[in-house]
Design a protein around this ligand. Structure first.
Ligand code: ADP
Ligand code: ZN
Ligand code: MG
Length: 491
């Protein structure tokens, strides 16, 4: 039997506002001592009144517009009631049947094809407190509550059940995070919990249009975990169905170190939450002027920027896509291009900078766990180094080691070259002696070359490069060797 996977994602993103959603406490709690960014409103004291954070609403509108949603003329907040120690008021202010926006989409690319994924809604709510579960040395366990996070603006983005594989889910998350980062509305950092994803997944007979009972999987804290959890869950469900079992609607938790999902509870339904309109807040009328103002503030978004990189700079779709996924990286790339002489070849410069960003840069970011924002190598420094390659002072090979030092120390290329006495040996007299020696020591290669084997020439170039510890200019070596060996002339 063939099965089809059905996935819909619910993403919660903390918004980068200065203050909380319904009070003026600071949202900047990451390094603050516990329970220092609190007030009667976010502590859930009786008799206090919430006020709506305008900036949060503006950010949510911008997001909804970027996701092609329709913005409601009038929207309302509702109380979602449930008892839990992280919920100070005993309810969360959220939005139920009158969300800020609906009916959008974003585009993902999988296997070279682009596909639209429906966005059901983008709505606004508030974060809950953070619980710290502890066990003391005697074995007694307890929980601590940090209310700093309670009331931080949280935007919820719900997708349609349009995703058909864990890979599509991953691409959706990458694209969504990229859009939020371009808008500057959220850090999109999943490890820090400012971007969280609940993944709903079910399977059905291939060709069927019916939806089957889904599992909602929680607790993943990286894109990779979402992918793994979905793969695991699809396989688990398939086994149950094949053994004739019945799947239940349930909430499951991902256990990272075991690589499995475990049942947490049977699914709760909307009626379990006793939703009702928030009586302390008036309906929110969203003027069309505000919507248009927000629309005019939208920056160029990742898809548009990728397509422009292809047409304007002649990059491949693949490279352009990688470069534009991170706004910071795309900005860096374009800053570099502005630093080249005006009469130089734009497309060639673009290809060179892209190669360094996606090659050595990416490798070192990976190794050091840093990002382009942390980079000590500024666009100016990279372009200076490329200039040293261009003028022949550095071979590409030397440039790699110079770059690595620039990356770690922040020193400029010229300084490193001077300190280490590095300069490419391109002056012919110095090289000629080495070339002569290589020719003498490699009679077989010389003979092969004379019989037309190009490979033999490459081999000898390699030998010269080794002998100079990479400090020779390979093009010059090539020329020298060819001159020396002539076309079929005895040496
Ligand atoms: P719930 O009643 O659980 O809140 P919703 O209809 O609001 O369900 O959908 C929540 C999320 O689950 C959405 O992202 C939606 O796309 C997804 N979803 C709904 N039905 C299914 C299904 N059968 N399989 C997979 N995902 C689903
Ligand atoms: Zn507060
Ligand atoms: Mg729902």
């Amino acid at each position: 039997m063939e099965y089809e996977t059905v996935i819909g994602l619910e993403v919660h993103a903390q918004l980068l506002t200065k203050s909380k959603m319904f009070c003026s406490c600071s949202t900047d709690y990451a390094s603050a001592p516990p329970n220092t960014h609190v007030c009667p409103v976010c502590l859930g004291m009786p008799g206090v009144l919430p006020t709506i954070n305008r900036q949060a609403i503006e950010y949510a509108i911008m997001t909804a517009l970027a996701l092609n949603c329709t913005i409601s003329e009038s929207t309302r907040f509702d109380r979602k009631n449930y008892p839990y120690p992280d919920l100070m008021k005993g309810y969360q202010i959220s939005q139920y049947d009158s969300p800020l926006s609906r009916n959008g989409w974003l585009t993902i690319e999988v296997d070279g094809e682009s596909r639209r994924v429906g966005i059901t809604r983008v709505h606004q709510e508030e974060d809950v407190a953070k619980l710290w579960h502890r066990t003391d040395p005697s074995g007694e366990s307890y929980s601590l509550v940090d209310v700093n996070r309670a009331g931080v603006p949280l935007m919820e983005i719900v997708s349609e059940p349009d995703l058909r594989s864990p890979e599509e889910a991953r691409q959706y998350l990458i694209k969504l995070r990229s859009i939020l980062q371009y808008l500057g509305v959220s850090t999109g950092n999943m490890e820090e919990g400012s971007f969280r994803c609940d993944a709903n997944v079910s399977i059905r007979r291939a060709g069927s249009n019916e939806f089957q009972a889904k599992a909602e999987v929680k607790n993943m804290n990286s894109f990779k975990s979402v992918y793994r959890a979905l793969e695991y869950e699809v396989e688990r469900q398939r086994k149950i169905v094949e053994e004739g079992g019945k799947l239940l609607q349930e909430t499951r938790g991902w256990v990272e170190d075991k690589g499995i999902t475990v049942s947490q509870r049977s699914k709760e339904y909307a009626h379990d939450y006793r939703y009702f309109p928030e009586p302390d807040l008036p309906p929110l009328v969203v003027s069309r002027e505000l919507v248009e103002e927000m629309r005019s503030r939208l920056p160029e978004l990742p898809d548009a920027r990728r397509d422009r990189f292809v047409s304007q700079y002649g990059l491949s779709w693949y490279d352009a896509n990688l470069l534009t996924t991170s706004r910071a990286q795309a900005d860096y790339f374009e800053s570099c291009l502005k630093l080249f002489p005006e009469d130089s070849d734009l497309k060639r410069n673009a290809k060179t900078v892209a190669n360094w960003l996606l090659g050595e840069f990416a490798r070192l970011f990976n190794v050091t766990g840093t990002e382009i924002d942390d980079s000590k190598v500024k666009p100016q420094h990279l372009v200076e180094m490329l200039h040293l390659i261009e003028e022949g002072t550095l071979s590409t090979k030397m440039a790699k080691s110079v770059f690595e030092e620039m990356f770690h120390t922040g020193k400029r290329a010229a300084e490193i070259v001077k300190q280490k006495g590095l300069t490419q040996i391109s002056a012919a007299p110095e090289l000629e002696a080495i070339v002569d020696r290589v020719v003498l020591e490699n009679a077989q290669a010389v003979a092969d070359y004379k019989q037309g084997k190009e490979q033999a020439l490459k081999f000898m170039v390699g030998q010269v490069m080794n002998a100079t510890k990479g400090q020779a200019n390979p093009q010059v070596v090539n020329e020298l060797l060819k001159n020396k060996l002539g076309e079929g002339q005895p040496v």
